[in-house]
Design a protein around this ligand. Sequence first.
Ligand code: MN
Length: 236
Amino acid sequence: MSAFAFPPPPQPSVAVAGSSARFPVHRIYCIGLNYADHVREFGRDPARAPPVFFMKPADAVVENGAAVPYPPATANFHYEIELVVALARGGRDVAAQDALGLVFGYAAGNDLTRRDLQSAAKERGEPWDTSKGFDFSAPVGAIRPVSAGHVTSGRIWLSVNGGVRQESDIRHMLWDVPQIIAALSRLYELRPGDLIFTGTPAGIGAIKPGDILEGGVEGLEVLRNTIAPAARAEAT
Ligand code: MN
């Protein structure tokens, strides 16, 4: 048996509704620009702006109910409520008609974004990593297993301090879940434990310490997180 040079980091995981077993996270894939009204709020034409892919680190997941520390290096921190797909099985070149067979379940998630860094990256043609893939950037509610059904429609919404900011329906996604899984599987070998954030509708906006975020997708656990003051530096 081989030894590690130091103790390996803990396995990131997400709660599963109705179970004490947790979902072990392998990778977090994200889809951007997947609702026409959100594409338009960026001043782009949905017909000419196909969805884009990016990633977050697995250990960016945040438990439902936990406080999210205001991140460093931003003055424009945004929420984005999204349907999250959790995979029980992987594959490459998965056909759209087979894609739902990979799904473990569904959850509500928040694709937290340092919007100022994203805008600067877009202007300069640079990667989005620092704007999307930072610590505590992926709150996810409990995953509802597919035994309760697939999510193909239903209200998706987010409120800040009780005021609704985002409201749409899952059926308005430009690419549906089977299309997303098929497309991702042509770029990567998908694995059990992968999470896929499927894009946010219009109404994005800034949040600050003390704000209370609530968001959800009809039929799934409501995701609640507060924004805490910036974390202090810690030796690790
Ligand atoms: Mn997003």
